[in-house]
Design a protein around this ligand. Structure first.
Ligand code: MRU
Length: 370
């Protein structure tokens, strides 16, 4: 992704291994965007768990890779298979909804387990694990690039596109999922405008998507979450593209809170509604959205709003009676019947048969009973 740091244009990923030997992982710190571009250095797997829990790193594919990197750190630190298995559980529990986290941690853990059991030397296990986690990083970026190509074919010149939250490069290692087709369409010279809902309570849209589009010179309007219905009803939106955190076998999917309402508005107004996500976002263990566990986060995220104060400091202010009882589910589940298609690296999936075929092709599903 393109960032401007100290007046210079740079291309970075949302996270990377800074020091292979010592297991130091660097994150673009998403807590401070767009006000400050800061990087968080994680030196231990517990630092990485902190980064996932506190949303230094966020977005399903990025936290999947963070989990893989965290397990590489755990391997270097702990050197003992039982302790590494426990660390893997801790990492997977850092955030419950995005399945990419457990998918990627399990992939790395399976490799480590098999090598320990085969009696492979420790330095060789470290080397192979490093290669594996860097392969996962490459796979994510490549998947997003393909999602961009497939998704851009849906976007016509002049289109007004509604997205939600941030399903951009910070959330997905690079390129983004929902933002990848938008990036590609813009690079193809299509004149597009993106409608960016603020995405209360954490404001991923206002803080991160708006910043990302600004960095890429892609025209956008920041809108309040409550304005979504208005713009759909006015027929100002040509297409909706959102990301996903977990997709069930039947195509029902979890995404940032508010997505379900957008899907209903899109249906009511005849607007095509697409989901963009890599195959690693499918949960092959669940048949429908009813089985998705939705994360509820701290009441403080609703009670307070963080922003840049006039004195140049990042401050939080209370926006409700402090005593209020709060519910803060941060995802919701949208049934597949509202989805025009799921844009993946295997093409655009429009039916349950397409989903099963793509999962089989990706080696994520051998038999339906699995
Ligand atoms: O709580 P977050 O910010 O980690 O949630 C992320 C989302 O829900 C994104 O919108 C998304 O679409 C999935 S990640 C590409």
């Amino acid at each position: 992704m393109r960032i401007i740091l100290n007046g210079e244009i740079k291309e970075i990923r949302a996270l990377w291994i800074e020091d292979k030997k010592r297991g130091i992982v660097k994150f673009l710190d998403q807590r401070f965007l767009p006000w400050r571009i800061e990087f968080y250095a994680s030196r231990t797997y517990r630092d990485t768990i902190f980064a996932i829990k506190e949303m230094v790193v966020r977005g399903a594919p990025s936290i999947g890779l963070a989990g893989a990197y965290g397990l590489y750190q755990a391997l270097i630190e702990l050197r003992d298979l039982n302790k590494i298995i426990k660390a893997a559980e801790e990492i997977k529990n850092a955030r419950p909804t995005a399945v990419n986290l457990s998918v990627r941690v399990d992939e790395v853990l399976n490799l480590i387990k098999s090598r320990f059991e085969e009696g492979v030397s420790f330095p060789k296990i470290v080397e192979e694990t490093y290669e594996k986690v860097e392969l996962i990083a490459k796979e994510e970026v490549e998947a997003n690039r393909k999602i961009g190509e497939f998704g851009a074919s849906l976007i016509k010149d002049g289109y007004k596109i509604l997205t939600h939250c941030n399903a951009g490069a910070p959330a997905a290692v690079d390129w983004g999922t929902a933002l990848a087709p938008i990036r590609v369409a813009h690079r193809q010279g299509k004149r597009i405008t993106v409608y960016v809902p603020e995405t209360r309570p954490w404001l991923q849209g206002a803080r991160i998507t708006a910043w990302e589009l600004l960095m890429e010179d892609i025209p956008y309007f920041l809108i309040s979450d409550n304005a979504i219905g208005y713009f759909c009803w006015k027929k100002e939106i040509d297409i909706v593209i959102v990301g996903a955190d977990r997709i069930a076998l039947n195509g029902d999917f979890a995404n940032k809170i508010g997505t379900y309402k957008i899907a209903l508005c899109a249906k009511e107004n005849g607007i095509p509604f697409y989901v963009a996500a890599p195959i690693s976002t499918f949960d092959t263990n669940i048949r429908s959205g009813d089985d998705i566990v939705v994360e509820e986060r701290s009441p403080d995220e609703v009670l307070y709003v963080r922003g840049l104060a006039e004195d140049g400091k990042i401050r939080r202010v209370l926006v409700a009676p402090k005593e209020s009882k709060v519910r803060n589910p941060v995802f919701d589940v949208t049934p597949f019947k509202y989805v025009s298609g799921i844009i993946t690296e295997y093409g655009i999936l429009r039916s349950q048969k397409d989903i099963i075929d793509a999962l089989k092709k990706a080696g994520r599903l051998k038999r339906l009973s699995e």
